[in-house]
Write a new protein. Structure first.
Length: 263
């Protein structure tokens, strides 16, 4: 969140929204933000919305769906979070995505499971209102600045088309010492686009994902493999894929269906 310079705002009415700067390190060939960076914004806002709603318990992401629209070049993405269901054990949110405050950029939905609060998080408290500000304060020495492509910063390694691995380390872990939910999505994004490039062209990018979280992803390294669901579209500009992510013990940790398009 610090590297992406994500911002958040909470109104006194309970609305939560956030912003992602779109730059050369988060932009995909079509000009909008890459799905991996959008997933971090959505997941972070989801947590910022779901955790106070679940208090005194905790909430973890159960599934996440993101559908991106082609925006052309934009400089900033805004996401507005809405609570659609607040049950005893489940919270369902949706998100409106907007580019440069005017361009429709897509939608997202996420469900969160309410669980007992982990013992090491008993003292965590949540803001209930506040003006627009950075989600994570910048480091005092200014060293935490994204200066290379976001997927590269995450440490993803492509082994062959559709096959991506990532090592588990603190920078990509959540507060349960497992792979962060948004990083799951980034790996699915990378595997899908990697599969699509030889089939659709070098500017292939992931536009849609529906991701189900099945198990905490640990130990590492994690491996994601994308396979095509049928051939590309007759026009040669779209591909559907399924992606499975397993940990070093071979456990299936998450499963996704994705769409890959040409820019």
């Amino acid at each position: 969140m610090r590297l992406l310079a994500l911002e958040i705002e909470r109104t006194v009415d309970g609305d939560v929204r956030g912003w992602l700067p779109v730059n050369e390190f988060t932009r995909v060939p079509s000009g909008g933000p890459g799905l991996a960076a959008v997933a971090m914004l959505v997941d972070a806002l989801g947590g910022a919305t779901a955790l106070p709603a679940a208090d005194p318990d905790w909430a973890i992401t159960a599934d996440l769906s993101i559908h991106l629209l082609p925006t052309g070049p934009i400089g900033e993405l805004r996401a507005d979070a809405h609570v659609r269901r607040r049950g005893r054990r489940t919270l369902v949110l949706d998100f409106d995505l907007l580019g440069d405050e005017a361009v429709p950029a897509g939608t997202a939905t996420g469900s969160f499971t309410v669980v007992a609060r982990p013992a090491h998080l008993v003292d965590v408290t949540f803001d209930t209102a506040g003006p627009r500000h950075l989600m994570i304060d910048p480091s005092p020495d200014g060293s935490d600045v994204l200066d290379r492509p976001y997927l590269e910063e995450l440490g993803l390694v492509e082994h062959e088309p559709g096959v991506i691995t990532i090592e588990l380390r603190p920078e990509v872990s959540n507060n349960l010492s497992a792979l962060h939910g948004a990083v799951h999505t980034a790996v699915m994004d990378a595997a899908s686009a990697s599969l699509g490039r030889p089939l659709l062209g070098p500017d292939a990018e992931t536009s849609d994902v529906h991701l189900a979280f099945l198990n905490l992803a640990r130990p590492g390294p994690m491996r994601a493999e994308a396979v095509a669901v049928g051939p590309p579209s007759p026009e040669g500009d779209r591909l559907t894929a399924e992606v499975r992510l397993v940990d070093a013990d071979g456990r299936l940790c998450s499963y996704a269906t994705t769409s890959v398009v040409t820019a």
